[in-house]
Write a protein that binds this ligand. Sequence first.
Ligand code: MG
Ligand code: ZN
Length: 375
Amino acid sequence: MKIKILILSLFGFWACNPKSNPALTDSTSTWPDFTPPQNIILMIGDGMGLTQISAGMYMNGNKLHLEEFPVIGLHKSYSYNDLITDSAAGAVAFASGIKTYNGAIGVNADTIAVQTILEDAEAHGLATGLIATSKILHATPACFFAHQKSRTMYEEIAADLLLTDMDLFIGGGKKYFDQRTLDNRNLIEELQEKGYVISDYFQQDFNDSLIMDPAFNFGYLTALDAPLPAAAGRDYLTSASARGIEFLQARSPENGFFLMIEGSQIDWGGHANDSDYIISEMIDFDRAIGTVMDFAKKDGNTLVIVTADHETGGYAINPGSTMDSLVTAFTTGYHTGCLIPVFAFGPGSNLFSGIYENTAIYDKMRLAFQFDKLK
Ligand code: MG
Ligand code: ZN
């Protein structure tokens, strides 16, 4: 949490300049009345299309926490250069409100850095956090704090974490911090010198007894590289979400917080054309949604948004399926271009009904936080 108003206004101008994104110009003049939330929790199920949701629901006794959301919309997921987006361009749309090329991390189509909603939130004195079941440097979380021309530049992306004042991060990728090939830096030590408390799966499991002292920024690395699938025993997403919320609230009792939580591996099940993988990841992500909703319902001051960057696999539930035994099929090992659902709950949720560009999710979050009006 640091004041960076000058940088904000410079980057804010670029990010909001309608000329850089014609799709935004028609959506900014007709906002409905809404109640501004104090906190926003954005939950991204990577690769989570309607079939992934349906399969997870049927195989979970025909029930998901997603059913608790009163407002539902749809977004158009295409990127700057491809009708079929990747997760990097998809995340830049949410994080910075622009369409960019596939593979871009926090940069526009000209590879110029664009301010992110997390950086906006930092500049306005909110607490911020990222939680993922991939490495924390993977495309989706990376687009909220890093600015690199390619998603494969994990060591550069890790170094970008040092340039933020993010209060909390939980995810994999430890080796890109302390076993680097690019340089001899030890980013874990550098983070500690900056005032972070850093822990990892090797020192202590992520569970309720893990100490997260809100006096310090906190990072926890869940794996050397990619975390395990849920089916192989990875189980931290729900507790990390609960503890993360508690931590961010304590970090910023007055200004509120922005938290992004990603169910990263629904996408990986789609790439593998593995229905069981998709379903176990979907149910794991929904469990985290349930925890977030328990908090948001009690709190009354938190906007929760659940969406995906794109669908993965061209996943289908075919004839011959029953509620507890699905006959599934796939059209591709990559992503597809269908409309993606958006679920919203809490103050400001009414902004999210309708059909809009993926970039509008950024516009709506920014509007909900009233970043252009306050302070
Ligand atoms: Mg992802
Ligand atoms: Zn993917």
